[in-house]
Design a protein around this ligand. Sequence first.
Ligand code: PLP
Length: 548
Amino acid sequence: MLTIYADGGESGHNLYTVPLVAVVAKCPHITRGGWFWRVAMEQRERPKAQLYRGAFCGGIAANHVSYGVRQLFTDRCSLYVMLSHKVDLEKLEEPEKVVGPAYTSRYCTLPVPKYELSETGMRPDCAYQLVHDEMNLDGNPSLNLASFVTTWMEPQATQLIVENIHKNFADQFEYPQTEVIHKRCINMLARLFNAPDPVTFAGTETAGSSEAVMLGLLAHKWTWKKRRQAEGKPSDKPNVIFGADAHICWDKFAKYFDVEPRVIPLEEDNFTITKEEVAELIDENTTCVGVILGTTFTGEIDPIEDINDLLVDVKNERGWDIPIHVDAAIGGFILPFSKPELAWDFRLPQVKSINVSAHKYGLVYPGLGWLIFRDMSDLPEELMFYVSYLGDEMASYTLNFSRGSGMLLAQYYNLLRLGWQGYAMAANAVLENARYLTKRLHDTGYFDVLNAAEILPVITLRLGEPVDFSVYDLSAKLRERGWIVPAYTLPPNADHITIMRIVVRQNFSRDMADLFVEDVKKAYAALLAPKTKTIVKQRSAREAHSVL
Ligand SMILES: Cc1ncc(COP(=O)(O)O)c(C=O)c1O
């Protein structure tokens, strides 16, 4: 079954005034584990991990999704992928080609083309106002309980970002001090992740955890390849092992870098991987085992210590030195503070690289991530690129070249400003608020709680009582009040379980938790009520407004 949500699309109406059109199409080809493939249209529905997985990684199924969608929709709607496509101007009515006259032409006196460059441009206040107004169609970031990404920073951090927004981090000749600060951040983080002495850790900033995961895995693939070649063994069949609980960037790595993904399915009652499952899949061609410190789907953590012990045994018994990459996108700025005693990082000998999203609980705006290698020897020399500066060589290991310096400086600001105690307070505050919200939601009696924010500030719920609506309906109903709460099915083999996930970030207060629970209760009651009861008695204009 293919579920497609479309909305008013290009007609430019407000999301809340145009009812969502839900199209449910039967597609016999889309059978992979009985998944619901949700394809959101245009910019209205934000991407969900599940959605990416569906759109990019379903192989044959994804092709059918895209084929089916193209068959179903006119050019006024588009398949939701991050790739934008051509708008056929021939097929548009004249009014659809322009950003309509607004503000009775106080700002724009000429029609503004939507899909072509205008001939003359416009005044800055006009451009500002048009863009500013379009942004009103986005959701409210403060009510976005779907995202891990930081939506609030202190004004001083914002000031630093704005002051440095024009500096390209790649121009290390011109802006050497940003590189100095980069080095300080890497040092602080590697030590936070317990990089042992006397090894020489190394690391880099990235655009986010996706780039960091890919660079980490690429390095391990090269190390494996070099070792195999040195041993005179074939190196054409690398594989990487991770769970279906991993983020889509792991699948992306496997596809883009031509490595066989050995994906461990989830179980009915276990949404992380086990060391036994890893043991079954490893062989001499395994370049890396991936573990997740906070899964995107349920916020749980893989048994990292167990898997480390397994790989230590494998190394001793079979001679295969298989590294672990820890995807700490979500947990990397929480667990070192909330549970410093938990060994998931470089304290474990097979953990050779770690990524963390600065723009999640590092409390920086998007997009910044970090990749740290335990030791320089984990990063093959062949992958480094050098620029020379005043007789010095500066190394880089990135997928991109140019990028802004603002977020790096914002991270440094936070590290200075918060210190260990500040980050610990931030981590414990979101955990406490998440646990408070879990209890209040549990007390409604509507939900089974799958993850009660014990380790990370993520709550996952499914409907407890049998009712004739789903968490998708509840999510849509909550959206009417502005709350953005994703609903999705878990990955295979837990894909019969449909959940709602709530992420608690630093801006989410107890008060907001209370308001949210009241809205959940109202939404639930509205969905439960027989449809006739929800029809509000129509009143005439005279009845509704007193006439003087
Ligand atoms: C576990 C995990 N890994 C990687 C990523 C990708 O992170 P980013 O958006 O920073 O690229 C995410 C995103 O939510 C995630 O949850």
